[in-house]
Ligand binder design. Structure first.
Ligand SMILES: [Zn+2]
Ligand SMILES: [Zn+2]
Length: 353
């Protein structure tokens, strides 16, 4: 399996972002990404998918959409839609019908920014997901760069500070979202976690100050989804696209906060009596399963079973746990960065049944 770095969930001028697809591709190449997935609000932009090149470097730009009901007040329930063969925005007013429509169109659906609190200082309302009775979606956006920003800007002054020092924002997925994910996993559902940037490259003005806050390049160095594909990207758009979406559909991926240090090289594997598994896969509990996590740099590695911490390794490159009980096992890695402990890696689970 080959690891690729994907940044997903971002906006262009087709909705409320400030950049173009070409500018996004350039920023992605500069930051060394393998692929980006652009998701404008309620529009499926045609004719821009493909490889973009600068010199010897290239990036695969894919296009999905972020769908929500624009008549709803407040405008909650945002859904990321990937790989559907048609525009799903007409189904926006009913989240379950929308999710069903995505599945019928051969696509994947991820609940965007499940918890997204209000930020009254900036007149931003709470746009969390509310329709939790829905079924049949692929997963959730565990870590969203923009929702997290909303948790740290009680005043305009805070906003100005983070506009100039955005490296201080990233801390971890919002706690309620992590908790919700564990609850869904414990209930027996398979729920894939992805990390999204929600990059807009917004323009901000405060008195004489004017700047593009959080440019695409900044987002592309922060929360990424690292996916595992069976062979390196070939340059052929249809087959590369299929490999990436197959990996996201299966949960063969992890969420990496690449700003403190690159998370490239993180692994979480399971070895049973007869089979092995990586993230997103299942193993029988019978005979025991050896779970192993490796990080590319020392970190605090935490092993979690059914939402409960079962082991913590400090300043470690590796962690091993022998699982004898059925359960949903996942791994987190945390690091100290800019004066506080911050989430670094959030793996998808290995399901021991
Ligand atoms: Zn959204
Ligand atoms: Zn968005």
């Amino acid at each position: 399996m080959h690891e690729i770095v994907v940044n997903l969930h971002m906006h262009t001028r087709y909705s409320d972002g400030s950049g173009t697809h070409k500018e996004i591709a350039r920023a992605a190449i500069k930051t060394g990404l393998d692929a980006v997935i652009v998701t404008d609000h309620n529009v499926l932009v045609q004719g821009v998918e493909g490889y973009y090149r600068v010199g010897p470097n290239r990036v695969l730009l894919l296009v999905g959409q972020e769908v929500h009901d624009q008549d709803r007040v407040p405008q909650k329930n945002h859904l990321l839609v990937f790989n559907a063969n048609r525009d799903l925005a007409p189904l926006a007013d009913n989240p379950q019908a929308l999710i069903n429509g995505v599945a019928e169109a051969g696509g994947l659906s991820f609940i965007a920014h499940p918890r997204d609190p209000e930020a009254p200082a900036f007149k931003e309302s709470d746009i969390s997901w509310e329709a939790w009775k829905v079924q049949g979606y692929t997963g959730i956006e565990l870590w969203n760069g923009l929702s997290e920003l909303k948790t740290v800007i009680p005043t305009k002054l805070h906003g100005a500070f983070y506009a100039y020092f955005p490296q201080f924002i990233g801390h971890s997925p919002i706690f309620e979202t992590l908790q919700r994910w564990d609850e869904l996993l414990i209930s027996g559902q398979r729920v894939v976690a992805i990390g999204g940037s929600d990059a807009h490259a917004m323009h901000m003005s405060m008195g004489p100050l004017h700047r593009v806050i959080f440019p695409y390049q900044f987002h592309f160095r922060t929360v990424n989804t690292h996916a595992f594909i069976p062979q390196p990207l070939t340059g052929d758009v249809p087959s590369d696209k299929k490999m990436i979406y197959d990996a996201l559909a299966a949960g063969r991926c992890f969420v990496g906060y690449d700003l403190p240090a690159s998370t490239r090289g993180f692994r979480f594997t399971g070895r049973g009596r007869e089979q092995t598994a990586i993230m997103g896969e299942e193993l029988p509990a019978k005979g025991g399963v050896t779970l192993q996590a490796h990080t590319p740099d020392p970190a605090e590695i935490r092993m979690i079973k059914d939402g409960k911490l079962i082991g913590k390794w400090k300043e470690a490159y590796a962690a091993t746990h022998i699982a004898t009980e059925a359960g949903v096992y996942r791994v987190e890695a945390w690091r100290n960065y800019l004066g506080r402990k911050r989430g670094w890696v959030f793996s998808n689970p290995i399901y021991v049944r």
